[in-house]
Design a protein around this ligand. Sequence first.
Ligand code: FAD
Length: 122
Amino acid sequence: LVDDECPADSQTLGRATWTFLHTMAAYYPERADAQQQATMRTLLTSFSQFYPCGRCAAHLREEMTVHPPAVATRTELSQWMCRTHNTVNVMLGKPQFDCKRVDERWRDGPSDGRCSWAQDVE
Ligand code: FAD
């Protein structure tokens, strides 16, 4: 049920949050300086403390312990986010996403230009 007057459930929240996380990674600096890398690490650590789905946050914290966020470049962060999302997909029995297509999905859109209306993010 989609109703803008109802609080988000974990599905709606999840979709919106992945949109935010992948889009943020898609527009991260090509080469992040030390300060930007530290800020991104802090953001993700804080995020995993307060994400308002307890089991999701716990899973993310565990995942970040085993595979710390790769924050040196835009490509590394986008790929890390994709792999992290895929671990959740696997856990939930959803298909894995092809991480080679992450820029197409979250930044450039398909080459046929059908998403050109959507590119007002920056
Ligand atoms: P979503 O998984 O929300 O994906 C949205 C869109 O992202 C897809 O349509 C696809 O185009 C794209 N996409 C899919 N996979 C990738 C990828 N690997 N890389 C790039 N793009 C991709 N739910 C639970 O039930 N249990 C959990 O433990 C849990 N943990 C979560 C942890 C986090 C950090 C977040 C943000 C969400 C979590 N969720 C969890 C929610 C869950 O991941 C989904 O968001 C929710 O089930 C809705 O799924 P969906 O099929 O609509 O698509």
